[in-house]
Design a protein around this ligand. Sequence first.
Ligand SMILES: [Zn+2]
Length: 352
Amino acid sequence: MRLAQDYTEARGRFLDAARELGAPVAHHDHPLTGPTGEVLATDVAIVGSPSAPNRLLVISGTHGVEGFAGSMCQTGWLAEGASIPDDLAIVLVHAINPYGFAWIRRVNEDNVDLNRNCIDFGAAVPENPGYDLLSGALVPAQWDAETRQASDGLLLEFATEHGFDALQEAVSKGQYRHPSGVFYGGSQPVWSQRMLESIARTSLTGAERTAIIDLHTGLGPFGVGELIASHPDQGGKDRLGSWYGEYTVPSEGTSVSADVSGDVLDALDVWVESPEVTGVAIEWGTVDIIEVSNALRADAWLHAHADPLGPEAGPIKAGLRAAFAPDDPQWATLVWDRFTEVTAEAANGLVT
Ligand SMILES: [Zn+2]
């Protein structure tokens, strides 16, 4: 099991594996292209009867670059040709944010975090005064050593005064006022959100029970795949506990993640009409949170204030890959083992 070198290789391997298994695939072309002009698309493979009463939706690339791990899992699962019961269909959504995947970004073509974008833009957007305060320090106009040192000093000051958890919350829970900043939720539903809603409504219609697994990387201890549920109701909690055993809930303070606004799991809960929807994210840890945060800040700076194809891009993109898709076979094995375990538990939970 290994990660692909780039989005195009990941996509090719996914499509080959689906074809070999005889799984039908729908292609949804993205309007833009990758850094070398490559075609971008979200591909959806269905294994099993599309009208099965139980459906398992597995999503990769919600956060672009995090799709290296998710794609590896989806492709590996197809390549293994696992047999599934008659009353179950598995829907694999490959690269729901293909632009971020190809450009090695966590965000999409609008610098939007898809997992902060699924809010009601008809209502007042969530406020984040902590981010407002730190905005200039998080993504300054320059990214030289002197500016970075001064900016890091301001972040450290905030952490010293309010605690590290408060800093993580201010930075990452989502913000709607700084379009070139990090964890920006956007000003309207983006392409990937609209596409995911359309895919979910099409492929999950008529299901009696639906499980969702959204694949993420970049938070937590190296290679550990934490199961994170977003605002589950009591029925959801009962199922999560009985299917998976341990899971965490950010709003209850048990997770490596801050409680975020506008994530896709909450949105899917609304879009999917099944009486029972059981959604979870797997979040695999990579490197420490400061390194991850610095990689994201550098990337936001690159796309806002420099040339993403210029001389500064190389080391910054390498930093992103290291933070979200480590080139380490041991990490890939840990990811794969956890994925197969969780997928089997979900399938088991759905059909029993
Ligand atoms: Zn993520």
